[in-house]
Structure formats: structure tokens, C-alpha cells
Ligand binder design. Structure first.
Ligand SMILES: NC(=O)c1ccc[n+]([C@@H]2O[C@H](COP(=O)([O-])OP(=O)(O)OC[C@H]3O[C@@H](n4cnc5c(N)ncnc54)[C@H](OP(=O)(O)O)[C@@H]3O)[C@@H](O)[C@H]2O)c1
Length: 267
């Protein structure tokens, strides 16, 4: 069974390749625009291409049975049609919560007629990098909507679930909402990062104009949009679901442990 991993040097895609190999897959093809730079593991067939450029896909899809589809909404319809034409028998796409920006990916997958599994991660734990410059500079973290809570998921777990369902039968037609094991407020996340680093971080709550100024300085024109999202989350906290543990038979990675493993991000 030949499996094509798109975005194979991306954060998730690269780990999907590793997870497939760890599970004994022997016919893994990895897609990258630059095979020489990609440094993919031995035993993987590396092919040149990018899902954002559908013209590069027919050669990559030749002889492929199952496809891991990285999220590129604009070109997903064309890529999925090509996958159907190439005889792909399962598409595992990684998008996001239903009805959001990534919905176009799921729509394209369903329209092409190939059996599918949708992976629907919420926020990635790696988005904690928004606090990294402040934590590298000192012990104070200025932020907003400290009580807004969600259950971010580790990219490691997304990749493990992707590999599992690419190799298993019986998941076709399922949408797998993926979260971490617990819902945490922003205040609690900063405290967890502090514990992981062995430091006592002080959370400083900003509101109104100071909050807008701060987030605009961090993320430019998207600052206001991001604050609106936090307000929504404060009103409607995201709960944790058990999908990762149910599929993998082991607990999802917790936030503090994730921060411990990625401590270099904050040093
Ligand atoms: N952060 C969140 O909370 C969240 C939540 C849901 C979904 N997402 C989305 O999930 C995805 C994360 O997956 P991922 O890290 O595995 O990345 P990805 O977007 O799936 O794949 C990135 C790879 O695509 C290839 N690529 C080639 N040309 C590119 C181009 N012009 N622009 C972008 N990529 C190009 C690159 O590999 P080569 O250079 O080797 O070809 C790159 O390593 C992102 O699209 C992210 O927006 C994020």
C-alpha cells in the first residue's frame, strides 16, 4: 500500500512520515518542493511537488493508494479531483473545526468521491510561541482574556492519529475532532509553561486599548481579529474531547509536558 504524504517537511507532515515508518509502513512517498533540502529519512521515496501547485500533483499521485492531504484550501478541489483520477482509495485530510476557514478542504475532499477521514484539530499547542518573546525576555507575560479557555492539541498527536487512520481500516467517513486532554485558560497555560521551565511567570491582564496595542505590536493587522476570537472563547470555552486517546489507546500529550519537550522555544 503506497501512501503519499503532502507537506512532508511541514510541522505535521514531517511527523506523519515518521509515525508511518514507526508503524511499519514500507511504501511511503513524501512530497516536497526541494528534495535535496528536505532531509527526509532513508527508505522514504521523495518526490518533487506542492499541493498549492496542482500541476505538480499527477506524477506524485501515480500509483498512490492513500493520501495525507495538508490544508491548502484554494487548491484542494483540483488536488482532490486529481487524486480521484489517479485511483486514490482514501484521503486523510487535516483541516480544522467545521465551518471555519478550513471547511473548503473538507468540502473538496467530499466532492471528489474518494473515501475520506477528516482530522479536525482545534488550536495547536505550538501557538504558545506567541508568548515566547516575552518569556525569553523575563518573567512577565502580558496578555488578554486570561480566563478564555480551550484545549489545544499537540502536533505530535495530530500526526500520530493521521498515521494510525492512514494504515487502519474502519475510519472512513468519520470526522475526528482533535483536542489536547484538558481545557485550560490562558492564565493556566502560562503557569504550566512556567512550571515546565522551572520558573514563576507572572500573568498580567490587559484590556481595552492597551490590549489592542499589545496584540497589534505582536501580530500586526490581525491583532484586533485575534482579540475578538479570545472574547468568543471567553464566552464559549472549548471542551476537551477524548478522540486522541480513543484512537491511539494512550493519553493525549498534556500541555505542561508539551512545554517541557519544547522548552527551547522559550529559552
Ligand atoms: N495553528 C493552528 O492552531 C492550526 C489549526 C488548524 C490548522 N492549522 C494549519 O495546519 C497547517 C500546519 O501544518 P504543517 O505545519 O504540517 O504545514 P503545512 O502547511 O501542512 O505544510 C507546510 C509545507 O508545505 C510545503 N510548501 C511548499 N511550498 C509552500 C508554500 N508556498 N507555502 C506553504 N508551504 C509550502 C513546505 O514544504 P517543502 O518546502 O518541503 O515543499 C512546507 O514545509 C497549516 O496550514 C496551519 O495553518 C493550524
Amino acid at each position: 500500500m503506497r501512501i503519499l504524504v503532502t507537506g512532508a517537511t511541514g510541522n505535521v507532515g514531517r511527523m506523519v512520515v515518521d509515525e508511518l515508518l514507526a508503524r511499519g509502513a514500507t511504501d511511503v512517498r513524501a512530497l516536497t518542493v526541494d528534495p535535496a533540502r528536505a532531509a527526509l529519512p532513508p527508505g522514504v521515496e521523495v518526490v518533487r511537488g506542492f499541493v498549492g501547485r496542482p500541476a505538480t500533483m499527477p506524477a506524485a499521485l501515480a500509483g498512490v493508494d492513500r493520501l495525507y492531504l495538508a490544508p491548502h484550501p484554494a487548491t484542494a478541489p483540483a488536488v482532490c479531483r486529481l487524486a480521484a483520477e489517479a485511483g486514490v482509495r482514501l484521503i486523510v485530510d487535516m483541516a480544522g473545526a467545521k465551518g471555519e476557514h478550513w471547511q473548503a478542504v473538507e468540502d473538496a475532499v467530499e466532492e471528489c468521491g474518494v473515501p475520506w477521514v477528516h482530522l479536525e484539530p482545534g488550536e495547536f499547542m505550538a501557538n504558545a510561541d506567541i508568548w515566547a518573546p516575552q518569556i525569553r525576555a523575563g518573567d512577565v507575560v502580558k496578555d488578554a482574556w486570561g480566563d478564555a479557555a480551550n484545549a489545544p492539541v499537540a502536533q505530535e498527536d495530530i500526526a500520530a492519529v493521521a498515521a494510525h487512520v492512514l494504515l487502519a481500516d474502519g475510519f472512513e467517513g468519520r470526522s475526528l475532532e482533535l483536542t489536547g486532554p484538558e481545557s485550560l485558560t490562558r492564565r493556566e497555560k502560562v503557569a504550566a509553561i512556567g512550571r515546565a521551565l522551572g520558573r514563576d511567570l507572572t500573568y498580567v491582564e490587559l484590556a481595552g486599548d492597551p490590549a489592542l496595542q499589545h496584540f497589534t505590536s505582536v501580530m500586526g493587522e490581525h491583532g484586533g481579529w485575534y482579540l475578538d476570537g479570545l472574547a468568543q472563547l471567553a464566552a464559549h470555552p472549548q471542551r476537551a474531547v477524548s478522540t486522541v486517546a480513543d484512537v491511539l489507546g494512550r493519553p493525549a500529550l498534556g500541555y505542561e509536558e508539551w512545554a517541557r519537550r519544547h522548552a527551547d522555544l522559550f529559552r
